[in-house]
Design a protein around this ligand. Structure first.
Ligand code: NAP
Length: 320
């Protein structure tokens, strides 16, 4: 199947492209960048070919600044935009990124109207909304990476504390990909056993763990300047689940139309069933009163941010 990555010279874009190139379901990979970055992206493609030969993987990789090459894509990863530096919030880059995301989303609608868009650019919940409106696509075909990465980070911390393999940890972070994320600890389980009944729970510092997940991206940015491997594997996770029609439940930023707690007209991290048509169903989840209150607060704040960005972007973001 054909996958295009937009913003492919970027740290997340190129690392995600490398992960995707290795996946069996991807046989045609397009790396899209601005004209000024084409040399760098051509170099990435050549380097990837060498690596893939060592792994006996055969995939066509095209580096391009011509959007014609995106035609026929089944899935498009949109990671173009300014990253935040250490100490910046994701909202600090919202307005410039909204313009970039809107422009690319319109181009996707023109050249690859059948594609599914996986938005990565931050603030991702707001950018998913912008991409949905600017592309004019159905809401099942545009969603964002955010809380899936947060959920992986939470899994790691639980796995380390309880000294249990990460695959046995079932947990979920919802809400905003940012300070207002909502870890759903009430239904978190290890090997099917609720966390609160698991040996080692008494000295598990839940609040500290949640704070670590909230700051996980920042810790990495402070140390090495950007997050790369975490988002890249999370992107290839989501992409392969869609392309292989796996029907797994993952938390992605999705447009809500009242499916969870009556929240509507905002994109927020929620559990969804993913398959070849994108989001096949939003899965309502039972939350404690505390989790529900936090989720509704996240919805309110992201909606406020989204309205602010939509109004500030001095152009009509709709596709029509
Ligand atoms: P980066 O290394 O700076 O790359 C961003 C790429 O975006 C650039 O290489 C460039 O690609 C493109 N770009 C930059 N300015 C542009 C402009 N004015 N117009 C068009 N394209 C432009 O950043 P990164 O670390 O890869 O991060 C990319 C985005 O992903 C950021 O917004 C970051 O915050 C976000 N992110 C999200 C998550 C998540 O979980 N959702 C995780 C990590 C990062 P070309 O030169 O190839 O066109």
């Amino acid at each position: 199947m054909k996958v295009s990555v937009i913003g492919a010279s970027g740290r997340v874009g190129k690392t995600a492209a490398f992960c995707l190139a290795e996946e069996n379901c991807v046989n045609d990979l397009v790396l899209i960048s601005r004209k000024e970055s084409i040399d760098k992206v051509e170099g990435e493609a050549l380097d990837m070919y060498d690596a893939l030969a060592a792994k006996d993987v055969n995939v066509k990789i095209t580096a391009s600044y011509d959007f014609e090459d995106v035609k026929g894509s089944d899935l498009i990863v949109l990671s173009a935009g300014q990253p935040r530096s250490a100490g910046m919030t994701r909202m600090d880059v919202a307005i410039p990124n909204a313009k970039i995301v809107a422009e690319y989303s319109r181009a996707i609608a023109k050249f690859a109207p059948e594609a599914i868009i996986l938005v990565v650019t931050n603030p991702v919940d707001v950018m998913t909304y912008i991409a949905l409106k600017a592309s004019g696509f159905d809401k099942n075909k545009v969603f964002g990476l955010g809380n899936h990465l947060d959920s992986l980070r939470l899994k790691n911390l639980i796995s380390q504390h309880f000294n249990i393999h990460v695959s046995e940890i079932h947990t979920r972070v919802m809400g905003e990909h940012g300070d207002n994320m909502v870890p759903i600890m009430s239904s978190t389980s290890i090997g099917g056993i609720l966390l609160k009944y698991f040996k080692g729970y008494d000295d598990f510092d839940m609040d500290r763990t949640v704070e670590k997940v909230k700051n996980a991206g920042n810790y990495v940015i402070q140390k090495k300047g950007a997050t790369e491997y975490g988002p890249a594997f999370a992107i290839s996770n989501i992409a392969t689940i869609v392309l292989n029609d796996e029907k797994k439940i993952l938390t992605v930023s999705a447009f809500l139309d009242g499916e969870i707690e009556g929240v509507e007209d905002v994109c927020l991290g929620v559990p969804v069933k993913l398959g070849i048509s994108g989001i096949e169903r939003i899965i309502p989840i039972i939350m404690t009163e505390r989790e529900r209150t936090a989720f509704l607060k996240a919805a309110e704040l992201v909606k406020k941010d989204t309205d602010f960005v939509v109004n500030a972007v001095d152009e009509d973001i709709s596709s029509k």
